[in-house]
Design a protein around this ligand. Structure first.
Ligand SMILES: NC(=O)c1ccc[n+]([C@@H]2O[C@H](COP(=O)([O-])OP(=O)(O)OC[C@H]3O[C@@H](n4cnc5c(N)ncnc54)[C@H](O)[C@@H]3O)[C@@H](O)[C@H]2O)c1
Length: 361
């Protein structure tokens, strides 16, 4: 088992990595929870892990209930949140209670938002079960839901009291979802740690084969890098947290241009990372050896590096991207090599078009 601590003063919390879901209850016992425990999950994850988690929490002496939301990003809405507020009321939750988010990023974002807002804040715990949520969304306190016109538009910064990661849950995760999470792990190597990038290159076959030790290392190192960013810029006010958007500006535009139906998030980010590496190459910020290595590692992770989307549509979405500042789109670029970044808001549209066209098949 590995631990990473997110140090945020009174909001400091541990991430436990490589521990069985059967121990969730033991870890809750160590926290000052005296009220009810409500597990929020979805229908898919409930079938796989619902009983295991509820049994564990019951064994530790808590009064626990579980509620399921339907599976899917389309349910990440205020309507779902409203339904969950009713469940909180029916279960008489109070500020001594605990909300446990059991599932991927969708469940984590929704349950976290309910916890942040019900009675102005109830303690909550993340139990992420997808690779993406284990390396990214369960850490850092961004919680929220989608607005019909824009993703993640409604939300808050609300830190969990702990993150509990059971790597073995990844065994049941569909491979495409696993690969999507790998895109975020690779991103950390590119934005912060050249050595980690090299380790991922070396270990890719083992990681893909779910070698527990290598997957645990990958989750741990990814969490460490996210920790570094979150501790320095918890609420994205200092500009640093924006580096986590590497590949995401174009990735989000690709997702939006395809109505979120064609690509999983990590897949769109993968295409975005290749595009941004090529833009960096054109701007003489990255040499072709590195762009080639970035393409290669993503291909080995079985992630897409090309797309079939209209360039005009992607550009249109880029312009509406929420990160547009004074009419300018901000891009996170590598500066010289993986591990160093620079943010630019003056990338010529013609260059973005050229690279998007080159990646189109
Ligand atoms: N809060 C943040 O900082 C942050 C960061 C990145 C992404 N996100 C959000 O995360 C969401 C995407 O998260 P995701 O990729 O985890 O998707 P997801 O939550 O939709 O999970 C993907 C699929 O895997 C299923 N699943 C989950 N765990 C499983 C398991 N162990 N075995 C089998 N199936 C399992 C889910 O039911 C779902 O069908 C998006 O809504 C995105 O906006 C949030």
């Amino acid at each position: 088992m590995k631990t990473v601590e997110i140090k945020l003063g009174v909001r400091t919390y541990p991430i436990y990595i490589g521990i069985s879901l059967t121990h969730v209850g033991d870890y809750i016992k160590d926290k000052n929870i005296t009220g009810k425990v409500l597990v929020i999950t979805n229908t898919t994850v409930n079938k796989l892990y619902g009983d295991m988690v509820v049994d564990s929490i019951t064994r530790s002496g808590f009064d626990v209930s579980i509620t399921k939301i339907p599976d899917g990003e389309e349910y990440k809405t205020l309507d779902t949140v409203n339904g969950l507020y009713q469940v909180c009321m029916d279960n008489h939750l109070d500020r001594n209670s605990l909300i446990v988010a059991l599932g991927g990023g969708v469940v984590g974002d929704i349950a976290g938002f309910v916890a942040a807002t019900f009675m102005r804040g109830v303690p909550f715990m993340q139990v992420p079960t997808t690779l993406l949520s284990q390396v990214d969304s369960s850490i850092g306190g961004k919680v929220g839901v989608n607005h019909p016109e824009s993703k993640n538009m409604i939300g808050a910064f609300y830190q969990p009291i702990m993150v509990f990661i059971d790597i073995s849950t990844l065994k049941t995760l569909p491979e495409r979802e696993f690969n999507s999470g790998l895109a975020e792990a690779i991103k950390y190597g590119i934005i912060r740690d050249k050595k980690y990038f090299t380790v991922l290159e070396r270990d890719m076959t083992k990681i893909k084969a779910l070698n527990i030790e290598r997957v645990e290392y990958t989750v741990w190192r990814s969490c460490q890098i996210k920790k570094w960013v979150v501790e320095l810029d918890e609420q994205e006010t200092k500009g640093l947290r924006a580096i986590l958007n590497y590949g995401h500006t174009i990735g989000h535009a690709i997702e939006a241009a395809t109505n979120y139906k064609t690509y999983l998030h990590g897949e769109a980010v993968s295409i975005g990372m290749v595009c941004i590496a090529k833009i960096a190459k054109e701007l003489k910020l990255l040499n072709s050896m590195w762009t080639h290595r970035i393409e290669r590692i993503l291909t080995r992770a079985e992630l897409p590096i090309t797309h079939k989307v209209s360039t005009n549509k992607i550009i249109e979405k880029l312009i509406f991207d929420k990160k547009v500042l004074n009419g300018k789109v901000r891009f996170v670029l590598t500066d010289g090599r993986p591990g160093r970044t620079v943010i630019k808001d003056d990338v010529p549209e013609a260059l973005i078009r050229k690279v998007l066209e080159e990646q189109k098949v």
